[in-house]
Design a protein. Structure first.
Length: 302
């Protein structure tokens, strides 16, 4: 039973009352958690696993998932502690811990992905899963992926600050109390993206819940990107790095440096889009992903 801050989580009957693609949602028990999962497309199609980034939920795929469902059976869960999925115990709030939890969900669903795609921190989870051997997709795609440590002193300061905020029981509540529409818009625009009013409001709903904020802070506070970065040369999976040219959260140059560290990777730069490129222009992102999937032999060429 959830207590304290974790009890103040988004409520499916309240925040989820008109959730995007609500009819595609179901709840699944796996890895000791109750997961919110959305599924799109024909079960006979190749499986595509989508993982959102820190602070988001399945709404992040509201435009992209239906487009990809033309060619794939799309599985998109809320990550632990995010949206409508249960939080992990504090001891498991690490990149390997998150990867193990998602691997447990994939095993329970019985649909190993042929293609795996993640945004920001979601891409890091998928990369860790590929390195661990819990999934073996033919193509891994990172949308503005958080696959490298922050430059300079930020690499040390940012996780430490997140850890202090996470440990302070008042921080999530204070953040939730101040999470109005204008605050959500400022946060999104700070990443170089501009969303429509519906997109901003969906983030506002989540940020207004202290339990969701705590889940995001816990994820950032325990993230060891340096360890993942050191392991990336062992990632044999074909990798596509999709980059928004205006991303202010993860600089586009990072992707080109990552490409040189990976055995089999290429970069696709989409100009005029920010960190949430897949939400700003889902049609453009879907086109890039579909073309790479065809080249990788996951799909038949159009």
């Amino acid at each position: 039973m959830l207590t304290g801050l974790d009890a103040d989580r988004p409520d499916w009957a309240v925040e989820g009352r008109d959730w995007p693609h609500r009819a595609a949602s179901r709840f699944v028990e796996a890895a000791g958690l109750r997961w919110h999962v959305q599924e799109f497309g024909s079960p006979d199609a190749p499986t595509l696993l989508l993982l959102h980034g820190t602070g988001a939920a399945t709404h992040s795929w509201r435009g992209l998932a239906p487009l990809l469902a033309r060619d794939f059976f799309v599985i998109a869960p809320d990550l632990p502690g995010h949206g409508f999925t249960d939080p992990l115990p504090d001891a498991d709030l690490s990149l390997p811990g998150m990867a193990r939890a998602v691997a447990g969900l994939v095993a329970a669903l019985g649909r190993p992905p042929v293609l795996a795609a993640g945004h920001s921190a979601g891409a890091a989870v998928l990369a860790r899963m590929c390195l661990d051997g819990s999934i073996a997709p033919r193509l891994l795609t990172a949308f503005n992926g958080a696959l490298a440590p922050l430059p300079g002193a930020a690499n040390l300061l940012f996780p430490s600050m997140a850890r202090l905020l996470f440990l302070n029981p008042f921080t999530p509540r204070i953040f939730a109390w101040t999470a109005d529409r204008s605050a959500a818009r400022r946060l999104i625009e700070g990443t170089g993206s501009r969303l429509d009013p519906e997109g901003v409001d969906l983030y506002r709903r989540l940020f207004a819940r202290a339990g969701h904020v705590r889940g995001a802070l816990g994820m950032m506070a325990n993230w060891d990107l340096a360890g993942l970065h050191r392991a990336l040369p062992g990632l044999a999976t074909r990798t596509l790095l999709v980059v928004g040219g205006d991303d202010k959260a993860i600089l586009p140059d990072t992707a080109f440096a990552l490409r040189d560290r990976l055995p089999d990777a290429r970069v696709r730069l989409i100009r005029g889009l920010g960190h949430l490129a897949h939400e700003e222009a889902p049609e453009r992102v879907a086109e890039v992903l579909r073309a790479e999937a065809s080249e990788a032999g996951v799909l038949s060429p159009p």
